[in-house]
Ligand binder design. Structure first.
Ligand SMILES: C[S@@+](CC[C@H](N)C(=O)[O-])C[C@H]1O[C@@H](n2cnc3c(N)ncnc32)[C@H](O)[C@@H]1O
Length: 282
């Protein structure tokens, strides 16, 4: 099947990687992102590689942790995102050692230098051979250093008050599309659950991890409403060829602010999803 290019896609056709989407996504989840970074025990003076850095929001937060004595390199193959990151994030911390490089995951082994930490957030889902990538990354980490992988898992997506049967049907269709007939670059919407096994199989000295529950109660503010609506549109677009017109019309009503079924204004609004983080020590 061929898929209509989505407004949420990045420059290289990468799912959910446009500047607009990543910026909105970051604003909505910034509290949990700040929280999880504190638990990674990244220290002042550390040298960190943020691979798949996108617009560089994690680079900014990492730079604040490692301080002026540390260094952060952001790398991504999306030229537009790297350009944006260099223009905004690097300039916002002129006294910090921040650099951005436009390279692909496949080229990362050619980078010079070693890192205390390699951070890889919401990117394993685009990697067809995670073990091969981990082998490349392990070479860039100093002995005793670590690789931190984070990824959402699309298997949990609670959005109340959409009826359970409607949500479950959409979940089923989405899983079916990703399992059987999706076109475009590799994408695993369910990688979060595979992080622990992937890290254990690589043979890191120690593997630790935790999963964050991202939950929001209503009323949804402007950013959260925009995020929820974008998710609804992405689900619809991804499974559109499997939906009946009635199902499509019903689904749209939950994301249309003019409709009485609009979820973001509901007293019963509740949103919940999961993001897993795993650390492997070299
Ligand atoms: C969902 S975004 C995550 C951005 C950021 N790490 C975060 O957590 O918000 C995935 C990023 O991976 C980048 N990416 C995907 N495949 C890549 C590849 N093969 N080489 C380099 N970057 C890649 C995309 O351009 C995008 O910026």
């Amino acid at each position: 099947m061929s898929k209509t290019p989505s407004l949420l896609n990045g420059e290289n056709g990468i799912e959910l990687a446009s500047l607009e989407w990543l910026s909105l996504h970051h604003r909505v989840k910034a509290p949990e992102r700040q929280q999880i970074l504190k638990r990674f025990d990244i220290r002042e003076g550390d040298r960190v590689l943020d691979l798949g850095c996108g617009p560089g929001f994690w680079v900014e937060m990492l730079a604040d942790i490692v301080g002026k004595s540390g260094a952060v390199v952001g790398a991504d193959f999306d030229e537009g995102l790297i350009h944006h990151a260099a223009k905004t994030i690097a300039l916002s911390r002129p006294d910090h050692d921040i650099a951005f490089k436009c390279i692909s995951f496949e080229e990362v082994g050619d980078m010079l230098g070693t890192f205390d930490v390699i951070f890889f957030s919401n990117c394993f889902c685009y990697v067809p051979d995670p073990q091969e990538l981990l082998r490349r990354l392990a070479v860039l980490v100093r002995p005793g250093g670590r690789v931190i992988g984070r990824n959402w898992d699309g298997g949990v997506f609670i959005l109340n008050p959409i009826p359970e049967v409607t949500l479950a049907r959409m979940q089923h269709l989405l899983a079916e599309v990703f399992d059987t007939d999706r076109a475009g670059p590799y994408f695993d919407n369910y990688f979060g659950r595979k992080l622990p096994g992937t890290f254990r199989r690589h043979g890191f000295k120690k593997v630790t991890g935790e999963t964050q529950v991202i939950e929001r109660w209503g009323p949804a503010d402007a950013d959260l409403s925009a995020y929820i609506k974008a998710n609804g549109a992405w689900w619809e677009e991804t499974v559109s060829h499997k939906l009946t017109p009635t199902e499509r019309d019903e689904w749209r009503r939950y994301f249309d602010e003019r409709d009485e079924r609009y979820v973001c204004r509901s007293e019963d609004f509740y949103f919940c999803m999961l993001e897993a983080a795993v650390t492997g020590y070299v």
